[in-house]
Design a protein around this ligand. Structure first.
Ligand SMILES: CC(C)(COP(=O)(O)OP(=O)(O)OC[C@H]1O[C@@H](n2cnc3c(N)ncnc32)[C@H](O)[C@@H]1OP(=O)(O)O)[C@@H](O)C(=O)NCCC(=O)NCCS
Length: 182
């Protein structure tokens, strides 16, 4: 497996494969990707209805973000991680800059449990060891939460019942481990 850095997720001819992976995995997300209008959406209350089969709006949100792509020996995309740099919102304040905010991490269904996501996190944590890293997930996403904790992420902020009854939005963070290089 090879991890490739892209300044923009949509660089080259990746768009079709990225859309395919987003589509096949849309319903695994809470709420589904087809019903989202932003990777940093703060109001999940009006997303119960799926917006269509292919999550074009979600793809449009992430296509210009930086990304790490996991490729197999034949160059097939096994999964990817998209992220923003120097990101702040009402929860992640300027005190935490410089930072990285992971907006999406997905392993294509045919490539699960082969360490794709582990490799993506390894590469990201190494590349940005001099920055604070943030992401968020929903509280019932046990596989992703366990994985984050195994990489040294800890809970940063929780919004109770944000995604439905008993389903919280949970922010995780990993503090920088290296001084900022100048
Ligand atoms: C969560 C997800 C990204 C994991 O991807 P993956 O490439 O299969 O994960 P890895 O093979 O790197 O697994 C790393 C570890 O995560 C944990 N893990 C992964 N999938 C798991 C599952 N289904 N159940 C329990 N633990 C799981 C395990 O600890 C695993 O280590 P192990 O295989 O040595 O036991 C993948 O299932 C996925 O794309 N899900 C849908 C999208 C999603 O939920 N993304 C995160 C949204 S915020």
């Amino acid at each position: 497996m090879k991890i490739v850095f892209k300044e923009k997720l949509a660089d080259g001819n990746l768009s079709e494969r990225i859309l395919q992976i987003l589509t096949e995995c849309s319903d695994e997300f809470v709420p589904p990707l087809t019903s989202r209008n932003s990777t940093t959406q703060s109001d999940f209350s009006d997303t119960s209805e799926s917006g269509g089969e292919v999550p074009y709006a979600y793809y449009d949100m992430i296509k210009n973000q930086s990304a790490l792509i996991a490729e197999d020996a034949d160059g097939a995309v096994m999964g990817f991680m998209s992220y923003k740099t120097d990101y702040t919102n009402g929860i992640i304040t300027e005190d935490y800059l410089p930072d990285i905010y992971i907006s999406t991490v997905i392993a294509a269904k045919d490539f699960r449990r082969r360490g794709v996501t582990k490799s993506l996190y390894n590469a990201l944590c190494e590349k940005y060891a001099d920055q604070n890293i943030f992401t968020r997930t929903w509280s019932t996403n046990i596989s992703h939460s366990c994985l984050l904790q195994s990489f040294g992420f800890s809970e940063f902020h929780r919004i109770k019942n944000d995604r439905g009854d008993g389903i919280d939005t949970v922010y995780y963070t990993k503090a920088k481990t290296r001084a900022v290089e100048r």
